[in-house]
Structures are given as structure tokens and as C-alpha cells.
Design a protein around this ligand. Structure first.
Ligand code: MG
Length: 127
């Protein structure tokens, strides 16, 4: 991760983009996220169906890279350790959604209510 962070920092520095405002990076992350979402507009294909569509996968790869690069740019310019940021959040989410509460639950409307119930109960604990 450090090598990737260094490469991204150098990419920014070479272009005099190493002083971008965090708000502009946050906007860019969301704009690219919207471009990623647009690839699924009017579609709701399964994971297997999307994985079998090479053209769609290439489009997703491009937009996903845009999101990830902007996110890492923000992390790097704010002096964060990107790997630690991700690991810390994973630990938090693992506590919030323990395997015992979510494993073997279908991902449908009914399970969405289960998700919100778990989330609401977690927030009540003030964690
Ligand atoms: Mg894009």
C-alpha cells in the first residue's frame, strides 16, 4: 500500500495537484461513484451475470479505479495511512455486523430490514 500511496503522491506532485482541497476530492469521489452507479442504471443483474459480462466488467473497472484513486489521493494528501484507515474501519464494521447476526441471511427486502435493525441497535449502544 505504501508503494501505491507514493506513486499516487508523485502523480499529484508532478502535476502540481498536491494541494487539492479535500472538499474537491470528496466531490470527485462522489462524481466518479455516480459514474459507476450509472453503469447499473435500469439494470439489477446478479453478481454472476455481471461477472460474465466482459464489456461491463471493463467499464466497471474504469469507474472503480477512478473512485479508488480519488479516495487514495484524499488519504495521502491528508497524511493518513490508507491501509490503517481501511483496517480500522473493517474492525469497526466487524463489531457492528458480527457474523452471528448476518451470516446466511438473504440479501433482499426482508434482510434489508434486518440490516437496519442491527444498525439501529448498534447506534443505541453508542459505539
Ligand atoms: Mg470516471
Amino acid at each position: 500500500m505504501k508503494e501505491l500511496e507514493s506513486k499516487i503522491y508523485q502523480y499529484l506532485k508532478d502535476r502540481d495537484w498536491d494541494n487539492l482541497r479535500p472538499s474537491d476530492l470528496a466531490k470527485s469521489i462522489m462524481i466518479e461513484g455516480a459514474e459507476l452507479l450509472e453503469l447499473f442504471q435500469w439494470e439489477n443483474f446478479s453478481l454472476a451475470k455481471v461477472k460474465s459480462n466482459k464489456e461491463k466488467l471493463e467499464e466497471i473497472k474504469g469507474e472503480l479505479a477512478d473512485v479508488l484513486i480519488y479516495a487514495i489521493e484524499m488519504s495521502v494528501l491528508l497524511g493518513m495511512d490508507t491501509k490503517k484507515v481501511i483496517y480500522d474501519k473493517l474492525l469497526h464494521v466487524e463489531k457492528k455486523y458480527p457474523v452471528s447476526l448476518v451470516k446466511n441471511k438473504k440479501h433482499d427486502v426482508k434482510s434489508a430490514s434486518n440490516y437496519y435493525r442491527i444498525k439501529k441497535e448498534y447506534r443505541k449502544k453508542g459505539l
